[in-house]
Design a protein around this ligand. Structure first.
Ligand SMILES: Nc1nc2c(ncn2[C@@H]2O[C@H](COP(=O)(O)OP(=O)(O)O)[C@@H](O)[C@H]2O)c(=O)[nH]1
Ligand SMILES: [Mg+2]
Length: 195
């Protein structure tokens, strides 16, 4: 699979694609990265100081630690870097940095609480990133069709809805391949831009 137009958007030096994985706390992001990564998933500890207006409860410069999911895998010779967004609301200010340079996103959803994924969808749509919705099925969750999920989440018709078992490497690889194919389909080629 080659995707020159997509690769040209990648910030990484070599041929690689950065993708973002988002979704509410407990939806399976860490599990998914651990299942699929060719390297030991990295837990990044970042020190950051509180900024903005709401520092009333943390006066002065504070240092905190945030865990971020990061994994890497090869899909048909292309290196794919997966960056998970932190689920905790207080770390949402890091999202812009995480999303920068990404070519696409996976929004993970749990059908027992689809509404918890709305704000993640909103954010990714606002950034105009091509994305797929991945439904992570939990044992006691009712089974919905892709169309039911699409309707509940008010998704545009072209957004793929994919079922995934976040614990299963092959399942996650299929999901990421679907995303990469969707990104390629959604990214104008130089030829189509010119015409
Ligand atoms: N049954 C089932 N459980 C899952 C699946 N993915 C994650 N879990 C479990 O759900 C919990 C939360 O997953 P985690 O990856 O930590 O969620 P995160 O907060 O999005 O990183 C963990 O106990 C996982 O073992 C899945 O596909 N199926
Ligand atoms: Mg996690």
């Amino acid at each position: 699979m080659t995707a020159p137009a997509v690769l040209a958007r990648s910030p990484t030096a070599g041929p690689g694609l950065k993708i973002v994985l988002t979704g509410p706390l407990g939806v399976g992001k860490t599990t998914l990265v651990a299942a699929v990564s060719d390297i030991a998933p990295l837990t990044t500890e970042a020190r950051m100081s509180a900024g903005g207006d709401d520092t009333s409860h943390s006066p002065g410069k504070v240092t905190t630690t945030v865990a971020m999911d990061f994994g890497r895998l090869a899909i048909k010779g292309v290196t794919v870097y997966v960056f998970g967004t932190p689920g905790q609301e207080r770390f949402w200010f890091t999202w812009n940095a995480i999303v920068r340079g990404a070519v696409g996103a996976v929004v993970l959803a749990d059908t027992r609480r689809l509404q918890d994924s709305f704000r993640h969808l909103d954010y990714i749509e606002h950034r105009r990133l091509p994305f797929v919705v991945a439904v992570n099925r939990f044992p006691d969750a009712r089974i919905y069709t892709a169309d039911e999920v699409r309707e509940a989440l008010v998704l545009a018709g072209e957004v793929p809805v994919v079922e995934v078992d976040a614990r299963d490497r092959d399942s996650v690889r299929r999901l990421l391949i679907a995303l990469v194919e969707h990104v390629i389909a959604a990214t104008p080629t130089p030829a189509s831009v010119a015409s």
